[in-house]
Design a protein around this ligand. Structure first.
Ligand SMILES: [Zn+2]
Length: 132
């Protein structure tokens, strides 16, 4: 499911320049700069652009890389993976399927049974704490 491109254009206007740089110019925040890197609260991480729920605190782990890391997506239909050969490397880019925002990359060296490490920019996420 994709959003109406006009709606996406509207949402882009609400982003800060840093968020825009990550989400639509495929930028990367400096390691350890993101506000969610060490966030241990329970809740759901939403797409900062369109608010789709993408990652759960249950799947978050400390990868020591300086970016929030998850071993899976809340629902694999929520993201799109795309080959990225920039910087002379082959990586898999992770995009929000709904609004096509760049979120980060996924690697196959995760420490859990999924073997996945979704390395996601804090700036691409909006965390909503679970009500207990
Ligand atoms: Zn989105």
């Amino acid at each position: 499911m994709k959003m109406d491109p006009r709606k996406i254009e509207e949402l882009k206007k609400k982003l800060t320049s840093q968020q825009y740089n990550i989400c639509f110019l495929a930028g990367t925040e400096p390691p350890f700069s993101g506000k969610y890197t060490h966030n241990k609260k329970k809740g759901i991480y939403h797409c900062v652009v369109c608010e789709e729920p993408l990652f759960s605190s249950n799947d978050k782990f400390d990868s020591k890389t300086g970016w929030p890391s998850f071993d899976k997506v809340v629902n694999s239909d929520k993201v799109e993976l795309k080959d990225d050969t920039s910087l002379g490397m082959h990586r898999l880019e992770v995009l929000c399927k709904n609004c096509e925002a760049h979120l980060g990359h996924v690697f196959d060296d995760g420490p859990t049974e999924t073997r996945k490490r979704f390395c996601i920019n804090s700036l691409a996420l909006n965390f909503k704490e679970a009500k207990s």
